[in-house]
Design a protein around this ligand. Structure first.
Ligand code: E4P
Length: 217
C-alpha cells in the first residue's frame, strides 16, 4: 500500500519524507490556497518545490473544466517535472482528457470520485490513479469505505490496472480499513499516518526496557 500525504505544506512533506514511508503527495486548489500559494507562477513553482522534496508521484490539479483547457494545462504541468501526475476532475471532459493523457503515457489521477460507476469510467479511460473521497462521503452519512470495497471488487473482476487512491482520508482507522479492503494507495493528513505509530504497550514496554537497562549499568 502506498502512502501519499494530502497537503501543500512543505514542512509536513519534509517531515513525512524524513519518516521514510512516503510514496507521494496529492494537492488540490484548496490545499494550495490554504498555504497562501496563489497566482499561476507561484503555484507552478510550488509543484516543482514539492517534487524536489519527495521521491514519488505528485498530483497537480487542472483548473479548466473543458477538454482543450485541461489538455493545455495538463501538458504544461507534465513538463514541469517527471514526477507530476495530472489530476483531472470526474466530469465528461475530464474522462476524455484522461484518455488523451493515458494514450500519451502521461500519468493521471481522476479526482472527485463518489460512485463505483465513476470509478469504472476512470479505469476505462486508463487512469493511473482514481481518487474516491471517503471522508466527504462519510460526512453526508454515506459509506465511504463501502465504496472502496465495491470499486476493489469491480477492478479485480476485470483486471483493471488503475490504482485505487483512497482520498479524503481523515483519520488513522480510515487507513487501516482501506488497507484491509485493499486500496492501492491512501492519501491523508500527516496526523493520520502518525496515528499508526501509537500504542500504549509500546510506550510502556520501551520505558521498562530503558529503566531495566539503567538498573544494570
Ligand atoms: C484528494 O486528492 C483530495 O485532495 C483530498 O483527499 C480531499 O480531502 P478532504 O475531503 O479532506 O478535503
Amino acid at each position: 500500500m502506498k502512502f501519499f500525504i494530502d497537503t501543500a505544506n512543505l514542512e509536513q512533506i519534509i517531515e513525512a519524507q524524513a519518516m521514510g514511508i512516503l510514496d507521494g503527495v496529492t494537492t488540490n486548489p484548496s490545499l494550495m490556497a490554504k498555504e497562501g500559494i496563489t497566482g499561476e507562477a507561484n503555484i507552478l513553482k510550488h509543484y516543482v518545490d514539492i517534487c524536489n522534496l519527495v521521491d514519488g508521484d505528485v498530483s497537480a490539479e487542472v483548473i479548466s473544466t473543458d477538454f482543450d483547457g485541461m489538455v493545455r494545462e495538463g501538458e504544461a504541468l507534465a513538463k514541469l517535472h517527471p514526477q507530476i501526475v495530472i489530476k483531472l476532475p470526474m466530469i465528461g471532459d475530464g474522462v476524455k482528457a484522461c484518455k488523451y493523457f493515458s494514450d500519451k503515457g502521461i500519468k493521471t489521477n481522476v479526482t472527485l470520485v463518489f460512485s463505483a460507476g465513476q470509478a469504472l469510467l476512470a479505469a476505462k479511460a486508463g487512469a493511473t490513479y482514481m481518487s474516491p473521497f471517503i471522508g466527504r462521503l462519510d460526512d453526508i452519512s454515506t459509506d465511504g469505505l463501502g465504496l472502496i470495497a465495491d470499486i476493489r471488487l469491480i477492478y479485480d473482476n476485470y483486471g483493471f490496472e488503475t490504482q485505487i487512491l483512497a482520498a479524503s482520508v481523515r483519520h488513522t482507522m480510515h487507513i487501516m480499513d482501506c488497507a484491509k479492503i485493499g486500496a492501492d494507495v491512501m492519501t491523508g493528513p500527516l496526523s493520520a499516518i502518525k496515528g499508526l505509530l501509537k500504542h500504549p504497550l509500546t510506550d510502556i514496554g520501551l520505558a521498562k526496557f530503558l529503566a531495566d537497562f539503567e538498573k544494570g549499568n
